[in-house]
Design a protein around this ligand. Structure first.
Ligand SMILES: NC(=O)c1ccc[n+]([C@@H]2O[C@H](COP(=O)([O-])OP(=O)(O)OC[C@H]3O[C@@H](n4cnc5c(N)ncnc54)[C@H](OP(=O)(O)O)[C@@H]3O)[C@@H](O)[C@H]2O)c1
Length: 297
């Protein structure tokens, strides 16, 4: 049994991290900002990680052995509209958590994003390649990465891309697409935006292994595919037996986006796969698991 603190346990990835830790028999602290995700056997606490005093108080009193930090301001367009808020949450938040973890001599795993890259390379990014974020979200998450690695070189930064899975609190790309298609609505999806979709429950499994291992530094822990949003939409319609003709391809320039998106921010997962001896989960497989678990999550 370990003592695990999940900062942002109410989020999509956070919920899986918390649930799987509880199932392993760990003592779990889960924090939320606006609304908790209720789960038995979990200590739920409200925490604004932008407040260093609050972060210290909460983590010191729980005394974790590991801290996992999936919390962030994740709405990319909202970050562009409110850069000061994005900075406070995505950069100062991880700084506060990392400083406290350093003081407590506790390993920290920070969840980051493919949006630290500009997406111009044309193929998958490796961990050693230089980030060059093109949005406020990407810039602030990159600063979060730096704060975490500066605090202690044994910490981990795990980058993911387009997280998906069931979440009763908030829709994600896949649950939104399923809902729209089930209502017979057309969905317009970018055919010029390529990503590595990441199934939250499987990613959580990988992160919980990693945080207990001797691995450190930056790792790409997304799904293994490199596919565009339009292809994702077709795959969703196929798996959930919905009308593929409702899935329409559009270009990013025709979307009403506040923030710029990288064109192809796919991540190469070879390093994580070989270090952990696991295979990251393909999108087709994640969708199958979602269909099998609908209503039971
Ligand atoms: N979603 C994606 O497609 C995607 C893609 C690439 C990388 N990532 C990264 O993966 C991580 C997890 O993403 P997700 O989609 O699971 O996130 P999410 O569902 O949007 O959840 C975000 C979490 O952060 C918490 N939070 C927000 N502001 C906070 C603050 N000031 N202090 C403390 N906690 C705060 C939220 O609490 P409340 O919900 O209670 O407000 C929630 O628990 C993030 O770090 C994100 O940058 C996500």
């Amino acid at each position: 049994m370990s003592r695990v603190a999940v900062i942002g346990g109410s989020g999509l990835l956070g919920q899986s991290l918390v649930a799987q830790s509880v199932n392993r028999g760990d003592k779990v602290l889960s924090t939320y900002q606006s609304r908790p995700f209720p789960m038995s056997g979990v200590e739920n606490i409200r925490l604004n990680m932008s407040d260093p005093v609050e972060v210290q108080k909460v983590l010191r009193s729980f005394a974790p052995e590991f801290v996992i930090l999936p919390a962030a301001m994740t709405n990319v367009d909202e970050c562009e509209r409110s850069p000061t808020k994005a900075w406070e949450i995505n950069a100062e938040g991880p700084l506060n958590v990392a400083q406290t973890c350093k003081g407590l001599r506790v390993k920290l795993l920070y969840v980051s994003t493919d949006y630290v890259f500009n997406g111009l390379k044309g193929t998958e990014y490796y961990e050693f390649e230089s980030p060059d974020p093109i949005s406020v979200y990407g810039q602030t998450k990159l600063e979060g990465e730096r704060c975490v690695m500066d605090a202690d070189k044994h910490n981990l930064v795990c980058r993911v891309s387009v997280l998906y899975g069931w979440n009763s609190l908030k829709d994600n790309f896949v649950t939104w697409a399923i809902k729209e298609l089930r209502q017979g609505k057309e969905i317009n999806l970018f055919e010029d935006q390529w990503v590595s979709p990441t199934y939250a429950p499987h990613c959580a499994e990988v992160l919980l292994k990693l945080v207990r291992s001797d691995n450190k530094g930056i790792l790409h822990t997304s799904g293994p595919d490199c596919m565009n949003r339009y292809e994702m939409g077709l795959a969703i319609a196929k798996e959930f037996k919905l009308d593929q003709k409702l899935v329409k391809a559009i270009k990013t320039k025709d979307g009403n986006l506040q923030a710029r998106r990288p064109g192809r921010s796919c991540l190469c997962v070879d390093k994580a796969e070989s270090l952990l001896q696991v295979s990251m989960l393909p999108f087709s497989e994640g969708l199958k698991q979602m269909r099998a678990s609908e209503g039971h999550h």
